[in-house]
Design a protein around this ligand. Structure first.
Ligand code: PAF
Length: 281
């Protein structure tokens, strides 16, 4: 594996591959099995796999965890190499944003609800860095985890609207054996918070089964059931619980015929966790 930190050096390296399939896995590092599953899928479908590790300041709000976001580049290097990454792109903030940025990508509609509502400016930061990374790497296929299902919808919309020549490949959520969705932020959780956080995957699994069995038939009952379950955990503080059509993220009309995203964002202490299930995929 090669590690490259300069944009021009990376582009020279990639030029030889442009007639072949370049797979791209953008990340913010502190890699876990979720990221590695994206790499495995990319390796199986592409000639060259590029992973980026860049903790993008543009997508963090002023009171968010940019400064304490977990980082371990040595460990990430090893994991990336073992998983089959060919080029690990690790630019500095100065390399990516050498001057004050004056152009940002703003996706409307799909960014209005869920994390877009709770984290103003977040998806502008994501869309801007992802479009910049797409221009730098020039991938044919780019891999994103569905734990951030809204992020996938935003990127797909951006790629469609701006005709980026890249196929977005959404990949399944990877979970620990107890059900918790893999996330770099899980390291922030105390033992007690982690135990209580299991309510998210458990209650989502339960509502999926209840809808499939006809025990819950509309979005309001699904939402109320989830809220009741989550609020039983004393450390849980709900940011949102939403039931929406996917990927449009609009109010659903029918839970049984449309693709439905049931998404939650919940704080345990200072840690905000996301989880979701998708029905009728
Ligand atoms: O999902 C992430 O880790 C980030 O939002 C991404 C896509 C790497 C952009 O910074």
């Amino acid at each position: 594996m090669k590690q490259i930190s300069s944009i021009s050096q990376l582009q020279t390296e990639l030029a030889a591959y442009h007639s072949r399939t370049i797979g791209f896995v953008p990340t913010m590092g502190f890699l876990h099995a979720g990221h590695l599953s994206l790499v495995h899928q990319a390796v199986s479908e592409c000639d060259l796999v590029v992973m980026s590790i860049f903790v993008n300041p543009l997508q963090f709000g002023p009171n968010e965890d940019l400064a304490r976001y977990p980082r371990d580049i040595e460990r990430d290097r090893e994991l990336a190499e073992q998983a089959g990454v060919d080029i690990l792109f690790t630019p500095t903030v100065e390399e990516m944003y050498p001057r004050k940025i004056q152009t940002q990508v703003q996706v409307s509609g799909v960014t209005e609800k869920l994390c877009g509502a709770s984290r103003p400016g977040h998806f502008e930061g994501v869309a801007t860095v992802v479009s910049k990374l797409f221009h730098i790497v020039g991938p044919n296929r780019a891999y994103f985890g569905l734990k951030d299902a809204q992020q996938v919808a935003v990127i797909e919309q951006m790629v469609f609207d701006l005709s980026f020549p890249v196929t977005i490949v959404p990949c399944e959520i990877v979970r620990d054996t107890d059900g918790i969705a893999k996330s770099s932020r899980n390291v922030y959780l105390s033992a007690e918070e982690r135990t209580q956080a299991l309510i998210l995957s458990r209650s989502l699994k339960q509502v999926k089964e209840m809808v499939e069995q006809g025990a819950l038939t509309n979005q309001h009952d699904v939402r109320n059931f989830l809220i009741e379950q989550i609020e039983l955990q004393p450390l849980a503080k709900i940011d949102y619980v939403e039931v929406l059509s996917y990927p449009t993220l609009t109010e659903p009309r029918n839970l049984f015929t449309e693709t439905i995203l049931i998404a939650v964002a919940v704080y345990f202490g200072n840690t905000r966790l996301l989880d979701n299930v998708i029905l009728n995929k």
